[in-house]
Design a protein around this ligand. Structure first.
Ligand code: 5GP
Length: 183
């Protein structure tokens, strides 16, 4: 049985990752999306087990102790991690898996699973990013600033990824990601 592909998509918060990845959902048959665990509170409209597994810090620490996570990172005050159960068995059964994560997690995945294909999804510019973060209207000014500072640092890491895709248009960017997955 041919192993599935592991596609890791990173990019600054607010670069449109969820929109682009959302457009890929339902696109291909043999592709599934990994649902992460996070200690962040749900935003309005986010669903448990679909967008994230929303867990307490205690539960997150227990997952770490039990070695349940493939990678994990702290991002602007909250913990995020990929449950192994979302990835390993699927790859073995020939299903490809898409992971959406910040840059520290992507580096951990690439180190553990070098066959992973990493893609940096970049905003057309930092001004566009700031507009999108503010337009979302879900974060405080302090969180927006912290996310923009993190974005500046993350952008510098783009050259270490296998591919960089500019999200100037979500439909075009999702087609480009689809083509990378089909390679
Ligand atoms: P948000 O709070 O906006 O949903 O996500 C914040 C950041 O955490 C985003 O860059 C997102 O890609 C990243 N993220 C989501 N899930 C995971 C995960 O399982 N592991 C890591 N390392 N980052 C994640």
């Amino acid at each position: 049985m041919k192993r599935g592909k592991l596609l890791v998509i990173s990019g600054p918060s607010g670069c449109g990752k969820s929109t682009v990845i959302g457009k890929m959902r339902g696109g291909g048959e043999n592709v599934e999306f990994s649902v992460s665990a996070t200690t962040r509170r749900p935003r309005p409209g986010e669903r448990e087990g679909v967008d994230y597994f929303f867990v307490s810090r205690e539960r997150f620490e227990e997952m770490l102790r039990n070695d349940e996570l493939l990678e994990h990172a702290e991002f602007v005050g909250n913990c995020y991690g990929t449950p192994k159960s979302q990835v390993c068995a699927r790859l073995e059964s020939g299903v490809s898996v898409i992971l959406d994560m910040e840059v520290q997690g992507a580096a951990q995945v690439k180190q553990k699973l070098p066959e992973a294909v990493t893609v940096f999804l970049a905003p057309p510019g930092l001004e566009a990013l700031e507009r999108r973060l503010r337009g979302r209207g879900t974060e405080s000014e302090e969180t927006i600033r912290a996310r923009l500072d993190t974005a500046r640092r993350e952008m510098a890491l783009a050259p270490s990824y296998d591919y960089t895709v500019i999200n100037d248009d979500p439909d075009r960017a999702s087609r480009e990601l689809g083509a990378i997955l089909d390679k």
